[in-house]
Design a protein around this ligand. Structure first.
Ligand code: ASP
Length: 435
């Protein structure tokens, strides 16, 4: 009942945040701008609280889950299933994106490249405010753009540095897995008591998450007001068809593909799973960051979808970093859209390569706002599509609402895989108990 109340409050916060944001739109100076600034400040504080939980939560949950998995074989089995399902769902998402962008063809008008959008790219891209360009180059540092960089992220030379790598948790996760395995191998009481300490620490982090969640309605409201207040303008109209394509593709993945996976592979009720995940979805939508949402995702999957602590603690931190269905889908739509506008024809072979590259780069994209635009730039450049920079800066101008939606799909994808792995684990435990 109480949690239901929080959810309702969060939904109300979204509505009120949008209304207040609209009312404050275009407030360049004066009192209204001051209000937007201060409200934004509270939103940022809330975001910092969520982020503050990430590192200790990931560290303690991964170590604790390795401990309770009972050795290398348990860990290997779960790891293989998790990675397999992550790859499958991301591949499906990217394919949905590809299909939709070919069906709707947002970059064409009467079968020809849309000249007007090309002009919008040039104008918006070249005039993109410095703040946007800075945000863009900030996220550039977080992308693991090729296999070498991905492996370098996995093997950090300094674990403290890895922990501060904004939204990119791979290094921290690999270190935690190794530490968890080492703890298990320690002889005698030492290993066990260390495990207990980490487990207790993890429970404390879960409790801190529930405290932060009490502030969620205020946080959601304060995050949304400045976003809506600063949004708007002609670019949104010009790129409307493109935004609609992204929206429809995300919608299909969210309402058809993932539920199908849940039903057929997991033998789970998609509706029940959706109900369990609502708080995390709202949070993902408001923060546009799967890393910042991770504490809430873990709470929902464990407490409401009733997936075991071990599975939740391992699959979700990994998923928040490497599994991004919405992002892979978005990358495909964006790249093909820009190619359409620029009049670069892409045969099916080239499109399949875009799907594969989107799959790979989505693994390296950090779970922070607008991180995937760097990956899009990379794919555009490697496909020799002209004016890639200005096009991506124009996409950045309309990115926030799309980012909010794809982050929700990213988080939902992680949670579906966690639920399916959890179900397989329960089944195996039952069979073992019977035999
Ligand atoms: N904002 C997304 C996330 O955190 C990443 C992206 O697609 O930009 O999951």
């Amino acid at each position: 009942m109480r949690r239901m109340k929080i959810l309702m409050q969060m939904l109300l916060a979204i509505i009120l945040g949008c209304v207040a944001g609209f009312m404050l739109q275009g407030s360049e100076g004066g009192a209204a701008a001051g209000v937007v600034r201060e409200v934004g400040f509270v939103g940022r504080l809330f975001m910092r609280m969520l982020k503050m939980l990430i590192v200790p939560l990931v560290l303690s949950s991964v170590i604790a889950s390795i401990g309770s998995l009972g050795g290398m074989s348990g860990f290997g089995r779960m790891g293989a299933r998790t990675v397999g399902l992550y790859l499958l769902s991301t591949f499906a998402a990217a394919s949905v994106g590809l299909l939709m962008v070919n069906l709707i063809q947002p970059g064409f008008v009467n079968g020809q490249p849309n000249e007007q959008i090309r002009k919008v790219f040039e104008v918006v891209g070249e005039e993109a405010p410095k703040a946007q360009q800075d945000r863009f180059s900030d996220s550039q540092q977080n992308l693991a753009a090729d296999w070498h960089q991905l492996f370098e992220k996995m093997v950090p030379s300094n674990v403290i540095e890895a922990a501060t790598d904004n939204g990119q948790l791979l290094g921290l996760i690999v270190f935690s897995i190794a530490l968890g395995l080492a703890m298990m191998k320690l002889p005698g009481e030492k290993g066990r008591s260390l495990q207990e300490v980490v487990s207790g620490f993890h429970e404390a982090m879960v409790m801190m998450t529930s405290w932060v969640m009490k502030l969620a309605p205020i946080g959601v409201f304060c995050l949304l007001v400045p976003i809506v207040a600063k949004t708007g303008g002609e670019v949104f109209q010009q790129l409307g068809k493109y935004m609609l394509t992204v929206f429809l593709a995300l919608f299909v993945h969210f309402t058809v593909i993932l539920p199908l996976f849940l039903k057929t592979i997991g033998r789970l009720s998609p509706w029940q799973h959706f109900l369990a995940m609502r708080e995390a979805l709202v949070m993902a939508f408001a923060t546009a960051s799967s890393a910042a949402t991770l504490p809430v995702t873990m709470r929902c999957v464990r407490d409401k979808a009733h997936v075991s602590k071990e599975v939740t603690s391992f699959t979700l931190p990994l998923g928040a970093t490497v599994n991004m269905d919405g992002t892979a889908l978005y990358e495909c739509v964006a790249v093909l859209f820009v190619a359409q506008v620029m009049g670069v024809s892409m045969e099916w072979g080239a499109q399949v390569i875009v799907v594969l590259v989107a799959l790979m780069t989505s693994i390296g994209v950090a779970g922070i706002p607008s991180a995937s635009l760097v990956a899009i730039l990379l794919i555009l450049k490697s496909s020799n599509i002209p004016n890639a920079e200005v096009a991506v800066l124009a996409l950045l101008a309309v990115d926030r609402p799309l980012d909010m939606l794809r982050t929700a799909v990213n988080v939902y994808g992680d949670s579906c895989v966690a639920a399916m792995v959890g179900q397989a684990d329960k089944k195996r435990a039952l069979e073992e108990a019977r035999s």
